[in-house]
Design a protein around this ligand. Structure first.
Ligand code: SF4
Length: 504
């Protein structure tokens, strides 16, 4: 296989275990070092011997908010300012997980400012990697609470008059127990500190100052990324003994770097667990007393274990993990297809499902595809690595996934816009489902082609029971219930016919 024929050009990347190579290269601007920070975090995960199942990376919105999407671990790209609320929920739900927040200065300290101080106040065991570029980069260069005095931004064209927030003392005062600051140039020091922060039991806050040449640099007349990096390093001072109150950050004069605090204090989830045990013991005591006096039944204490829902549909045939890609063009209902399938499977079968979606900036017409995993075990990250089912609904989808067809066990496609020479994949089973033609000629609604395909797939793969799938389709858009059910029935009829043809 030549280099150009390789499906994954990052096959030999040492951090492939931790990074989603299907998303590389990084989208960040030239000269931006967010990618370097992401790689440092991944390197620490690897070096410190963590497993992917125990790590969850959460981010907010902004350039650095894109970070979580690059990890092949549990990830959550949350809304603006809410990275710490989501991270807190995850940690409380499962304290065994190592929860890492990667987010920007503006997101964490402005929109998410309240969450930052209260997460620190609780000393919850979360590691925060705050990437400080002094500005809102992705939204066009607006001033943040961390923008230095007199600095130019889109919202401070005559220089910033707001005082700058120094997040290290702020978070220290709020109650954090591990505090450090480095720059994206000090990679080795950053890695050493991150390893300590991850093993620290409590709220760990590591600030990484990095240059944003596109916005802060451009608006403050620092013309090149190198010039910016040099200016930053010129004023850096590494400290081994300063506390958080002395961690000055003045981009023109002095930026103090180092580890400023590592303290032991009661951690939040541990306190929560202690509280739960106390309450349960009290409840058990009260129940015992009540039983003695009134003969009441004993109440089972809540063990907080997770039970998947089961709506009592008949279970379909045993399957190992299903790795599916559903691809088409924007506007064809690709995401709806994936959501319906995973919802029906999760609700009726109690199996673990994940669904992640990719689509371009085009609202309609561009490539859109979803990756679906259905398994009996928890799904550690939502990336399909060895697809066994491929559903293609447009020629764009074929262009993108044609190369992997010979590796896939089952391929569904719509012949309306796709022609496939089946001889390219002798071990693959192809199902040609005339979804668009039926949608137009029989249902008279082109937009239900996805539901027809879903019906055919349900009948053929039996990955989910037909009744469960049908009920989910009916409930999703009550206004179009009849139309969708008609389409689904057409699809299952086609699927059954194709299957019968195989068996004959
Ligand atoms: S805008 Fe700034 S922070 Fe964002 S990717 Fe570009 S250089 Fe990096």
């Amino acid at each position: 296989m030549t280099e150009s024929e390789k499906i994954d050009p990052y096959e030999d990347l040492p951090l492939k275990k931790w990074l989603r190579t299907d998303r590389l290269p990084f989208i960040f601007c030239s000269g931006c070092t967010i990618g370097t920070i992401i790689q440092s975090v991944a390197t620490v995960f690897e070096k410190e011997g963590y497993s992917r199942k125990e790590i969850v990376v959460v981010s907010g919105i902004g350039c650095s908010g894109r970070s979580s999407g690059y990890f092949r671990t549990g990830t959550f790209h949350s809304t603006h300012g809410r990275a710490l609320t989501v991270a807190t929920g995850i940690k409380v739900a499962n304290p065994k997980l190592k929860v890492v927040v990667l987010s920007g200065d503006g997101d964490l300290s402005s929109i998410g400012g309240n969450h930052l101080i209260h997460a620190a106040r609780r000393n919850i065991d979360i590691t925060v990697v705050e990437m400080n570029n002094y500005i809102y980069g992705m939204t066009g260069g607006q001033a943040a609470p961390t923008t230095p005095p007199h600095a130019f931004s889109q919202t401070t064209p005559h220089g910033n008059i707001d005082p700058q927030w120094n997040l290290i003392p702020l978070v220290a005062y709020s109650g954090a127990t591990f505090l450090a600051r480095w720059t994206s140039f000090h990679i080795h020091r950053t890695r050493e500190t991150l390893a300590k922060a991850l093993s620290h039991k409590g709220f760990a806050f590591v600030e990484i100052v990095f240059p944003c040449p596109t916005e802060f640099g451009h608006l403050n007349r620092l013309e090149t990324p190198v010039e910016m990096m040099k200016k930053m390093l010129d004023v850096c001072e590494v400290s081994v003994e300063k506390g958080p109150w002395e961690a000055e950050i003045d981009w023109t004069r002095r930026i103090v770097l180092g580890e400023f605090m590592a303290e032991e204090k009661p951690e939040y989830t541990q306190q929560l667990e202690d509280l739960r045990i106390r309450i349960q013991a009290k409840e058990a005591e009260e129940t015992e007393e009540a039983k003695e006096t009134e003969g009441k039944e004993e109440i089972e204490p809540n063990d907080f274990s997770y039970e998947p829902l089961s709506f009592g549909y008949p279970t379909t045939k045993e399957q190992s993990i299903t790795e599916m890609i559903v691809a088409g063009s924007g506007g064809q209902g690709i995401i709806s297809f994936a959501r319906l399938l995973t919802k029906a499977t999760f609700d009726s079968e109690g199996r673990y499902c994940s669904q992640s979606q990719n689509y371009g900036p085009e609202a309609r017409g561009g490539l859109a595809y979803c990756q679906i995993l259905i398994a009996d075990e928890p799904v550690p990250f939502p990336q399909v690595t060895e697809p066994n089912v491929l559903v293609l609904l447009s020629s764009r989808a074929l262009d993108r996934f044609e190369k992997i067809i010979p590796k896939v066990k089952t391929v569904f496609y719509d012949p309306e816009s796709i022609t496939i020479d089946h001889s390219i994949a002798p071990n693959t089973t192809f199902y040609t489902v005339e979804a668009t033609r039926i949608a137009i000629e029989v249902i008279e609604a082109r937009q239900v082609a996805n539901i027809i395909m879903l019906g055919a797939l349900t009948a053929i793969t039996e990955v989910v029971g037909e009744e469960a799938m049908k009920e989910t389709v009916a409930a999703r858009w009550p206004r179009y219930k009849d139309l969708n059910l008609k389409a689904f029935d057409e699809g299952t009829a086609i699927g059954k016919k194709l299957k019968e043809g195989e068996e004959d």
